[in-house]
Design a protein around this ligand. Structure first.
Ligand SMILES: CC(C)(COP(=O)(O)OP(=O)(O)OC[C@H]1O[C@@H](n2cnc3c(N)ncnc32)[C@H](O)[C@@H]1OP(=O)(O)O)[C@@H](O)C(=O)NCCC(=O)NCCS
Length: 333
């Protein structure tokens, strides 16, 4: 049975840098509060006053990955597009990217699993590759959060965390023994669904969105921050141990762990819990904030270059987020 190898990665973030200091002009907050609680120094937001498409960020990240791999768009047999902030309610953003890449007929699926989206998407792509359905798949995570945040003091607990960006991975079937995705582990617990959620627009409402919903803030993401934090620091190490044990491996075997960039303090607690050295864990939330489904591929793209990940290295990805959902993937590079 073939396995899934990562061939190349690409990333794209908007040029506009929004520092913590910039946010103090919009809401009551401070650089010290944000850095101390989250580790974030700045994030990228799409420019104000002109439309930017989520699928354009994804396109740019994809083009960079294709250039690194020496592939053409026509080499892609399927698109798995992970986002919770698509350009439109329908159709899937993967279809817009499909058109921009000039790939009529190539299947395109959206995965809407928020912070764990990239790993859920990887599990889907990996299953397709293992059963021999496709050999070359584009897996992309892309988010534009900044157009949907409450940037007043009312929404400050959420809005200081999130950033915009995209990351793309080119996946290919390999028959090389031991290489590729070893396993993906996915979990969800819907009892916590409303602890990190955006109430509207929603099909349960008639109409789906109203002036009252905008006024009350129901259209902005809301979060029970401490509950998210407490669950994340338990679930992320737990799912990593589960994956390592199933593969007969230990944390010492890991060359690199790329945790979802939710909060630097969460990453640090995961690192301590698994007794990982600093050089085994990669974080870049300081520069990009939390970009949800894009955070792992953006961090992975930087980490692979900066940390010199080579063939045969063991790489772990783990994430926790809305749902609650949590997930993990182990890859032999
Ligand atoms: C959001 C988070 C940073 C808040 O940190 P916290 O230590 O839990 O802070 P609290 O929510 O208890 O709030 C403490 C105080 O800071 C205030 N506060 C909240 N956001 C603030 C901000 N941006 N700037 C300044 N003060 C803020 C609160 O209003 C509260 O004030 P009060 O004590 O007067 O009521 C933290 O809970 C967290 O990181 N949670 C996980 C979030 C996450 O990872 N989400 C993504 C999921 S993938």
């Amino acid at each position: 049975m073939p396995r899934t190898a990562f061939v190349a990665l690409g990333m794209s973030v908007p040029d506009r840098v929004v520092t913590n200091e910039d946010l103090t002009k919009l809401m009551e907050t401070s650089d010290a509060w944000i850095q101390e609680r989250t580790g974030i120094k700045e994030r990228r937001w799409v420019p104000e006053g002109r439309e930017t498409e989520n699928s354009d960020l994804a396109l740019e990240a994809t083009r960079r990955a294709l250039a690194k791999a020496g592939w053409e768009p026509k080499d892609l047999e399927a698109i798995v597009y992970c986002s919770m902030s698509p350009d439109h309610m329908l159709p899937a953003d993967g279809c817009f990217l499909n058109a921009k890449l000039g790939l009529p007929g190539v299947p395109s699926i959206d995965i809407r699993n928020q912070c764990t989206g990239f790993i859920y998407g990887l599990a889907v792509a990996d299953a397709w590759i293992r059963i021999g359905m496709y050999r070359r798949i584009l897996l992309v995570g892309s988010e534009i959060h900044s157009t949907g945040l409450d940037v007043s003091t009312r929404g400050r607990d959420v809005s200081v965390i999130f950033g915009d960006g995209a990351g793309a991975a080119l996946l290919e079937a390999t028959d090389e023994p031991g290489r590729g995705v070893l396993s993906c582990h996915l979990h969800a617990d819907g009892r916590f669904a409303t602890d990190l959620y955006c109430e509207a627009p929603g099909s349960k409402f008639h109409p789906r969105v109203s002036a009252g919903m905008i006024e009350s803030g129901a259209v902005y993401p809301r979060m029970e921050g401490q509950k998210v934090f407490k669950n994340a620091v338990v679930r992320m190490p737990e799912v990593m141990r589960e994956a390592l044990a199933q593969n007969g491996l230990s944390p010492k075997d890991l060359k690199l762990v790329v945790p979802h960039q939710a909060n630097l303090r969460i990453s640090q607690m995961v690192q301590r819990s698994l007794e990982l050295r600093d050089d085994q864990v990669f974080n870049n939330i300081q520069r990009y904030g939390n970009t949800t489904a894009a955070s792992i591929p953006i961090a992975l793209a930087e980490a692979v270059e900066e940390r010199g990940v080579a063939r045969g290295d063991l790489v772990g990805l783990c994430a926790f987020g809305a749902g609650f959902t949590w997930a993990r993937a182990l890859i032999r590079w």
